[in-house]
Design a binder for this molecule. Structure first.
Ligand code: NAD
Length: 481
């Protein structure tokens, strides 16, 4: 069965592209073209925004009751749940996520998000009345923010689309999604499911395109809000445009998170946990905790255990269920990670496992060897910059205060963990690290709670009632007593 496509999902149907450029979806494992899809141009974005605008200004969706919209999203959730395996396979094919991760997170987590948002929407105070300070009633309404531009990255495509599209839809907004050029295939399946669920025409529109066309969408006068996940560099550009136009904007950006290993941590459990929190999705994760902080007393033990565990991880074909580390998404990403591995050596850090060169037994595919650096100082570029690959830095600390200081010595503030035998001591650290999410002996995202970044990791929050609220405007209606 071919995965090739020749149209965009616009206004509830399949629209021929304005231009004739094609995007090739290339398997990061085989380096072969697995599908071609149209590449969107400014004209396609204009058509998508016009459809979304019409659906918002004149269509039924924003005028339906929250309960009516919830019923449609419930139907979508049921359809989505039935296709999780297919979704996982598409994502593994297009961007090389190990199938174990695709079946654990890439497909099921978006579905869990839908369910979590449904629960929140059923209880959400869409319209409430309070007694004001004049003693008279005031009605406070959550109204939809309008036409939303949703711009996701390639690393967790459905995860970052659903975190925007579902709350936007529940709030009564209409949406234009611009998927990353590396990962269009999952969005075609999503479009089919939205259509089948009965989401009205123009409420969701999807045009895959690159950066320049993405910027056209961001600055489009028909768009009321931009919801972006991606690099901090692109986030700054998008925020500048939105600032100029006074558009609502939420930004989920990069990270360089730290995992703090306290001396009383259970070492085996900690190393198992770190393999996941630092290296999930082959290290291509915004929340990856790639700075491992260990006390000077415990340093050699942590470095040895980590080197052994990471060195033993299975690297290879992402379609193989045994694979723990797959290829990088693209050749440019492989080159970027290799440059950082070389840079770490130049900066004086010591490789204890991995290093540059293809992993054993592989001669095609954009692979890198999972690498652990010891003797890393937090001022080194490998400790400050987001590498976005399987490269870890183990950094020594003097005491807990020093560990917290190092964790906070970063432009970013997205995530983090502390590993300890004492939950209270862990909570104390959690309170002191400036990051949007934090885990004590675990890092499992919970979609009932807000997620997002401090500092250069972003503005705004996704998930939870707070994440739904980002798609609403508040209106106060003053009433007579
Ligand atoms: P990227 O910023 O290059 O691209 C992200 C998306 O934005 C793509 O769809 C791209 O086409 C588009 N884009 C890029 N520049 C744009 C512009 N000026 N105007 C409009 N659209 C533009 O990032 P990437 O390489 O695809 O993704 C990796 C980055 O995403 C990492 O920095 C990672 O940390 C971050 N990320 C963050 C989160 C989070 O929730 N905080 C989640 C996943 C990924």
């Amino acid at each position: 069965m071919t995965l090739d496509r020749d149209a965009f999902y616009i206004d509830g149907g399949w629209a021929a592209p304005v231009g004739s450029n094609l995007l090739q979806v290339v398997s990061p494992h085989s380096e072969e073209v697995v599908a071609t899809v149209p590449e969107g141009s400014a004209g396609d974005i204009d058509a998508a925004v016009a459809a979304a605008r019409r659906a918002f200004d004149e269509g039924p969706w924003p005028r339906m009751s929250p309960a009516e919209r919830i019923a449609v999203i419930e139907a979508f959730s049921g359809l989505y749940a039935a296709r999780l395996g297919e979704m996982a396979d598409l994502i593994t094919l297009e961007m090389g996520s190990p199938t174990s991760f695709s079946n654990l997170a890439q497909a099921p987590a978006p579905w869990m998000q839908i369910e979590a948002f449904l629960t929140i929407a059923r209880e959400f105070p869409w319209e409430s009345t309070r007694v004001g300070n004049l003693g008279t009633p005031v009605m406070v309404r959550h109204e939809p923010v309008g036409v939303v531009a949703a711009i996701p990255p390639w690393n967790v495509p459905q995860f970052t689309i659903m975190s925007k599209v579902v709350p936007a839809l529940l709030a009564g907004c209409t949406v234009v999604v611009k998927p990353a050029p590396e990962t269009p295939l999952d969005t075609y399946l999503m479009a089919e499911l939205l259509q089948e669920a009965g989401v009205p025409a123009g409420v969701v529109n999807i045009v895959t395109a690159g950066r320049e066309v993405g910027e056209h969408l961001v600055s489009h006068p028909g768009v009321d809000k931009v919801a972006f996940t991606g690099s901090t560099a692109a986030g700054r550009k998008i925020a500048a445009i939105c600032g100029q136009q006074l558009k609502r904007v939420s930004l989920e950006l990069g990270g360089k998170s730290a995992a703090i290993v306290l001396d009383d941590a259970d070492l085996a459990k900690t190393i198992e946990g770190l393999k996941f929190t630092a290296l999930m999705n082959s290290g291509q994760a915004c929340v990856a905790q790639t700075r491992i902080l260990a006390s000077r007393a415990n340093y050699a033990t942590v470095v040895d255990a980590l080197a052994q565990a990471v060195g033993a991880m299975v690297v290879g074909d992402p379609a193989d269920p045994a694979t723990e580390i797959g290829p990088m998404v693209a050749q440019r990403q492989q080159e970027r990670v290799e440059k950082y591995i070389a840079l770490g050596q130049e900066e004086g850090a010591r490789i204890v496992t991995g290093g540059n060169g293809m992993p054993e037994g592989l001669d095609t595919g954009w692979y890198v060897r999972p690498t652990v650096f010891a003797d890393v100082d937090n001022s080194m570029r490998i400790a400050q910059e987001e590498i976005f690959g399987p490269v870890l830095s183990v950094i020594p600390y003097d005491d807990v205060d020093d560990a917290v200081r190092i964790a906070n010595d970063s432009d970013y503030g997205l995530a983090g963990t502390v590993w300890t035998g004492d939950q209270e001591a862990g909570l104390d650290v959690a309170r002191r690290v400036r990051a949007g999410t934090y885990g004590v002996n675990t890092y499992t995202m919970d979609f009932a709670a807000p997620f997002g970044g401090f500092k250069a990791s972003g503005i705004g929050r996704e998930f939870g009632a707070e994440g739904l609220g980002q798609y609403t405007e508040l209106k106060s209606v003053y009433l007579e007593g």
